[in-house]
Design a binder for this molecule. Structure first.
Ligand SMILES: [Zn+2]
Length: 118
């Protein structure tokens, strides 16, 4: 893990983990980094590491990728995962996953890729 990137670095900077935000006042959690809590307005928001494990709450299977851009071979899945830290994160997945499957984030792709937990 790089020491130059600091504790706020996550997969978007090449560090293999998902971070989430938690308000120090009210405890509200969310996926995105924020300067202020959208619930209570407090400005002390911690960024904490997730274990990357959760449950699929929605999945879309892409059969025909949009033109342009860099897409994986079709079909591929895009899933919404309720992480065990009660934060929802989006990522790619196999098109065979279904709602309710337990998954874990893998960081060997350019975006989090959720795979079935054995
Ligand atoms: Zn708050």
């Amino acid at each position: 893990m790089s020491t130059e990137l600091g504790s706020d670095a996550d997969w978007t900077q090449g560090i293999p983990r998902i971070l989430y935000s938690r308000c120090r006042r009210c405890g509200r959690r969310g996926y995105l980094p924020r300067d202020r809590c959208p619930t209570c307005g407090h400005d002390r928001i911690d960024r904490l590491p997730s274990d990357g494990v959760g449950t699929v709450t929605a999945i879309t299977v892409v059969h025909r990728a949009p033109r342009g851009g860099d897409h994986p071979p079709t079909p591929f899945g895009i899933c919404l995962v309720e992480l065990d830290e009660q934060v929802r994160a989006m990522g790619r997945c196999a098109p065979t996953l279904t709602v309710g499957d337990r998954v874990r984030a893998d960081f060997t792709h350019e975006v989090p890729y959720f795979e079935m937990v054995d």
